[in-house]
Design a protein around this ligand. Sequence first.
Ligand code: ADP
Ligand code: MG
Length: 418
Amino acid sequence: MASSSSSSNSAFRNGSSSAQRPLKPLTASNLKSSSFKSRVHPSHAPLSSFRRSYPSTLSASDDGVLGRVRVAVRLRPRNAEELAADADFADYVELQPELKRLKLRKNNWDADTYEFDDVLTEFASQKRVYEAVAKPVVESVLDGYNGTVMAYGQTGTGKTFTLGHLGEDDTSSRGIMVRAMEDILTEISLETDSVSVSYLQLYMEAVQDLLVPANNNISIVEDPKTGDVSVPGATVAEIRDQQSIVELLRLGEAHRIAANTKLNTESSRSHAILMVQVKRSFTGGEDALSSEIDNSSHLVKPSKPIVRKSKLVLVDLAGSERVHKSGSEGHMLEEAKSINLSLSALGKCINALAENSSHVPIRDSKLTRLLKDSFGGTARTSLIVTIGPSPRHRGETSSTILFGQRAMKVENMLKIKE
Ligand code: ADP
Ligand code: MG
C-alpha cells in the first residue's frame, strides 16, 4: 500500500492556493430565492485558542506537516435491477472493512488484495463516510490549512450521492458538501469569521459558474510570486446558515443540468467543484500570554487577533470510464483528450507524483491547475474512489482501484499561511 516516499517529489509544492478576493455581490435576478446574506445566525462564542494540535497521523517537520493523500473505497449498494438479477451476481469484489482490505476476484481460486485507508461497504451510512473521509480535512481547514475532498469513479457508482446529495427529505442521507458546510458553520463565529463559496463546473476545458450560468468562461489565475491559484471571475456567495448552503447547492445542480442539456452533453463528463473559503480570527488562548498590561488603566489589552484564510475544495469528478477505455490503449489519445483532457491529466500527475518523477504535468489541464495544491501541494487531501457491485463493473473497478492505490503514494506538505 502506501509508500513513505520522499517529500521532495513535487512540482506542485510552491505556495498554497488560498485565494484572496473581494466578495462579489449576488444580484437578485441571479439568486432570487436565496437568502445568503440575509439570515441571522445565532452567534457562537469566539474560540479562545487554536483548538487542535496536529493530527497524530501526520509527522511534523521544519517545513510543515507531512501528510499522505488518504484514500477510501466505497461500494455502491445494489439497485433494484441488480437485486433482481441476483442469480447471476457473482461476488467479484469482496470487502473486508475491519482489515481495510478489498479483494478483487480474478477467478474462482485467486484474488488480488488491496489495502486502503478505509473500506466502506454498501452498508456504510453517509455519516460514517463523512466521518471517515471528509471530517479530518474539514477540521484541518478550520485550523487554517487548505483541504481537498474528491470523488473518483465510473459513472453510476455514487460519486454525486457521496458528495453532493442534498437529502432534503431524509437528512441522514445528506452528502459530504452539506455536512462539511454544517460543521464549518457550527465551529466558526459569525461575528469574527466568515465562510463563502463558489460553485463551478469544468467541462471541455471551460470553467463555468454554476451560480451565475452566463458567467461561463472563468480564468484560472496564478499569482506569479506566491503560486496561489484563484478564480477571480467566479461568483462568491457568503454563507451564514445551513439552509443557504442547501439552496445554493440546489441552484448549482439545476444550472449544471440545464447547461449540460443545452450543450447536449452528459453531466458525467463534467467536474463539479465547490470551493469554500474560510476566514478566521483567532484571539486569546496562546495569544493571551503575550497580552500587554495597560499600566494606566490596569486593564489587559487583548492582543491583535491572528487571521487565517484557508480553502476547502470539494470535487465531484467526471466519470472515469471513457478515459480508460480510449486512453489506456494509447492510440486513441486524441479522443481521450477531447472527452476529458482534465481527467487524464489528473491521472498523469498522480502517476508522476507517485513515482517521484521530476516532471509533474500540472499545466496540461484546467483541473490540475485548479488542484495544484491538492496533490503534492500544501493541502490535506482525501480521495474517495467509488465502485459498483455488478460483475459488469469489473474492468472499471480494477482501473478505479489502481488509481486509488497510486494516489495513496502522493505526499503533501501541510502549511498554514498567516
Ligand atoms: P455518479 O455520480 O458516480 O455517476 P450517482 O451518485 O449519481 O453516481 O449514483 C447513481 C445512483 O445510485 C443514484 O441514483 C444514487 O442515488 C444511487 N446511489 C449511489 N450510492 C448510493 C448509496 N450509497 N446508497 C443508496 N443509493 C446510492
Ligand atoms: Mg454524478
